[in-house]
Design a protein around this ligand. Sequence first.
Ligand code: SF4
Length: 456
Amino acid sequence: MSEQKKIFLQKSEEIAFDLKHRATIKFNMSKYDAAVDRGMKRYSNLDLAKSRASYIKSLSINNLHEYLLQFEKNITANGASVVWAENTEEAIEAVKKILIENHSKTVVKSKSMTTEEIDLNDHLEEIGVESLETDLGEYIVQLAGEKPYHIVTPCMHKSRQDIAELFTEKFNTPEGSSPEYLTAWVRQKLRSKFTTADVGITGANFLVADVGGIALTENEGNALMSVSFPKIHIVIAGIEKVIPRMRDLGLMWPILAAHGTGQQVSVYNSLITGPKKPGESDGPDQMIVILLDNKRSQLYSNDDQYEALKCIRCGACLNACPIYRNIGGYTYDATYSGPIGSVITPFFKGLKEYNHLSSACSVCGKCTEVCPVKIPLHHMLLINRRDAVRAGAGGFIWNQGMKVYEFALSKRSRLDFMGGKTKKMFTLLGANALGEQKQIPRLADQSFSKQWTTKK
Ligand code: SF4
């Protein structure tokens, strides 16, 4: 068993029985469920909208190289520059180079999972650059010294009391301060940071090929502020974020908002098409877009799994997943958690070390059902399990057990050959895999077909 799997099992066991965690997640998820339920009702034909969104992302992914080159050509013509980074090291090196060359000491950052993927803040700290998260949720987890718990709502695991206590501890704010008070307090504090920062770093919800622009969608205006004030704007985005046309945003922005937070559309939607032009008063002097591969090409070359690159990071599959709801975001030990994280993490961090994530799934199919771009997530998790066994990545006992299982189940007569007692014995052998809290179902002494024949 890999070390990661051992830790995963141990953490799952602990967190699933942590009643405070359970109550916080239940409360926050109930708010999400109600909002998303209202959001879905706004669509007269939700399935058609999802089919169209799926088509746009399929078109993008199937012609990835063409749209990326078109994006590069157009945004370069608008005055920005593009850096292609094959991995984390190249992306970090590119960012450091820009900061060092421009003697930059302070960065304001808007929410971006791609920058979490490369641990950007830790690397900036190494060269003495202060990097401040400006999304409220990200600001809170940074303050607590934690990583985002969820790809859309980074501090979903914290209650309002937890957050009030954190602010009192760090800033001596009045005990039990309300969310409204703390939001206003943070807004005031961040204002001067935006206006004095040397560099603004954002991700991109979409890279729009036909106009050469990056599309940002958010609710706090902090991404727009991070782009508007500093003299340098750095964008770090995965290569899968490209979409063909600006008009696609008419569908993609609302469908992302509806599935992410239940909104009709997020509050601030910006399309940034390059740095400040002569005569313009706002915007950076320089804009650099770093296009990150980081094993996405490897995923792309896998015929069974490349569709995972269609993901628009709405978080809906995490919220729908009964496993995520029980074990929470940190247990996955990965930037991307929940069903989509369980599909892609073995590609990003190693099949041998992380294939167990694909087994943390009851195959209920809810993730596939809610996905706005129709990624067959539960099917992909099964493919990951198959590939792990084929690659011998699941450990000796697991791999041999799966081979016996496959042999027995692939023919009815083989399955019926074993009586109920033998099946019970095998079931009990696998009992530990289900954990101490699970009860093994009672099997009949005879198979159904034997009972049927006898009774006839
Ligand atoms: S896989 Fe689908 S549901 Fe999950 S985050 Fe991506 S787009 Fe959303």
